[in-house]
Design a protein around this ligand. Structure first.
Ligand code: NAP
Length: 103
């Protein structure tokens, strides 16, 4: 299994909020990689899953400690998502609480 640290800033529907263009572009590229690797694995009949995982708006240095949740809640949620992950979810964009996100 491979997990990419993603963000809602990569969601196309979030682009109308503006800002952070470089960050959006970098994470969108990561999304393309995640889906492409998931597809490659599927076509090869292999059982390695790739997901993009959004940690939530976490109170870290990156968010200026202004996020909605603390590190512990985010980390615990992500561990659960990873533990519960099914191969059919490979190529998905998932939030720390398990909710599926839009590209
Ligand atoms: N916080 C949020 O609300 C949020 C939301 C969505 C997505 N994310 C994603 O979650 C991930 C972690 O973000 P964060 O909030 O934990 O950010 P952070 O508080 O700024 O921490 C970033 C971590 O990455 C390390 N780092 C940065 N550049 C590096 C490099 N070139 N090589 C090795 N390590 C490097 C830093 O190390 P040093 O301490 O040594 O500098 C630090 O430990 C990122 O991918 C971010 O896009 C975060």
């Amino acid at each position: 299994m491979e997990v990419q640290a993603d963000t809602r800033y990569a969601e196309m529907r979030h682009a109308d909020k503006g800002g952070r263009l470089g960050y959006r572009m970098a994470k969108s590229s990561l999304n393309q990689l995640t889906v492409s690797l998931a597809t490659e694995q599927r076509l090869a009949g292999q059982k390695l899953a790739f997901i993009a995982l959004h940690p939530g708006r976490v109170r870290t240095r990156l968010s200026g400690f202004n996020g909605a949740i603390d590190v512990e809640e985010s980390a615990n949620g992500m561990v659960k998502v990873i533990e519960d992950l099914k191969l059919e979810q490979s190529g998905d964009f998932v939030r720390y609480d398990g909710e599926k996100m839009a590209w």
